[in-house]
Design a protein around this ligand. Structure first.
Ligand SMILES: *Cc1c(COP(=O)(O)O)cnc(C)c1O
Length: 394
């Protein structure tokens, strides 16, 4: 049985009529850029995440970029993040001229390691102006934790460190819209716990547009206004510019599609969790749970439904590359997120990192792979994936 890593056609079939009616309406209106559809989707995201302000932008990458621009981060500054994430996380830091400071990951959750972050921060000095200085001499301006694969970082601890060191937290929530975290003082929603949250609606994300789209949310009203201006070349009044922004606008078609899809997101997350549970049962049945490392769910005891939303289902596997070859032959969809950690990317050589600096990120890059987990996946398909893996190891 052939099993795709992702099949977006199935989801589209269930929403086809509704989406086509909306698209028709937009075609008739000929209002394509920004406008009421974008504003409605921004309000919907605020309602869904509990965020105070939402600004629709052109991609998840641009959401990160605009948050950094909003904070005025640039040359001479540093932003702390993880080396084990999609390129855009650190790419956006570099694009504003700042340096990415990498901290190793926790081997269980694949998210930023809190002890490693604490150790790094404790090793920093403060300069004459009282600003925190990185080991390489830049001013540390922000923390950028990434909620990888649909699981939130340990945000209680990260927010505590952010507060202690006076650093804003920018949550890269590109893989985590809808994920919840059991904060000490209530439920935290991915992206709405820190000062900024950045979402991606790239078609293959858990909430996917019909093209590129993104959203940045923030707590502060003044900052939201600044971000709205930056989204449109930095002008608050048309053709008058106090700041230099960019074209980071969201279009009406994407916003309309996303508004139709958003009310279904929780049920899709539930289907992903059902699939994850089925994988666990199948791996236990075949004894493969002793061979593979399955995803951890550190907040399961919290009782929060969306404690993990399985944007990806990631396993650690012995002889990973040979297993991938075997799966390719068996026509079982799979992917490696990510084969080369960011500190070892050629374009970041100037940051001065080397092999061995972040052993857990490096090990994860060599040992993990993603299996199909999309909501519409059937029990038969999950069975076929597990049987194919069993055939490799047995
Ligand atoms: C997808 C992704 C992004 C970038 O989003 P785009 O919409 O593709 O620009 C950023 N960070 C992470 C962790 C992602 O997975």
């Amino acid at each position: 049985m052939q099993v795709p890593l992702l099949d977006l056609k199935l989801q589209y079939q269930t929403l086809r009529d509704q989406i086509r009616a909306e698209v028709d309406q937009i075609m008739d209106s000929q209002i394509f850029i920004m406008g009421p559809k974008v504003e409605a989707f921004e309000r919907a995201v605020c309602e869904y995440t509990g965020a105070a302000h939402a600004i629709g932008v052109s991609s998840g990458t641009d959401a990160l970029l605009i948050a950094l621009m909003g904070l005025g981060i640039g040359p001479g500054d540093a932003v702390i993040t993880t080396p084990y994430t999609f390129f855009a996380t650190a790419g956006s830091i570099a694009r504003v001229g700042a340096a990415a400071v990498f901290i190793d990951i926790d081997p269980q959750t694949y998210n930023l390691s809190v002890p490693a972050l604490r150790r790094y921060l404790e090793g920093c000095r403060t300069n004459a102006e009282g600003k925190l200085v990185s080991h390489a001499g830049q001013t540390i301006r922000a923390l950028m934790p990434v909620h990888l694969y649909g699981l939130c970082c340990a945000m209680d601890e990260i927010l505590e460190l952010a507060a202690r060191y006076g650093l804003p937290a920018i949550e890269d929530s590109a893989q985590a819209l809808g994920a919840d975290y059991p904060l000490r003082n209530g439920t935290g929603h991915a992206g709405a716990m820190g000062d900024f949250g950045c979402y991606s609606f790239f078609p293959s994300k858990n909430l996917g547009a019909f093209g590129d789209a993104g959203m940045v949310v923030c707590k502060d009203a003044g900052m939201a206004e600044k971000l709205r201006a930056l989204r449109n070349h930095g002008g608050e009044r048309r053709y008058y510019h106090k700041m230099i922004g960019g074209n980071f606008r969201l279009d009406a078609l994407q916003a309309a599609v996303l508004s139709i899809k958003l009310p279904h997101l929780d049920s899709w997350s539930a289907m992903r969790r059902t699939n994850a549970a089925l994988y666990r049962a199948e791996f236990a049945r075949t004894g493969l749970d002793k061979v593979l490392t399955l995803p951890t769910e550190p907040y399961a005891a919290s009782g929060l439904a969306n404690q993990h939303i399985f944007n990806q289902f990631i396993i650690r596997a012995p002889r990973r590359d040979a297993l991938c070859e075997h799966l390719a032959k068996a026509q079982i969809g799979h992917a490696i997120y990510y084969p080369l950690p960011l500190h070892l990317q050629e374009c970041f050589a100037y940051l001065g990192y080397k092999q061995g600096d972040f052993p857990e990120a490096e090990r994860a890059a060599q040992e993990t792979l993603a299996l199909p987990i999309f909501p519409e996946l059937t029990p038969e398909q999950i069975h076929a994936v597990v049987e194919a893996i069993a055939a490799f190891y047995c």
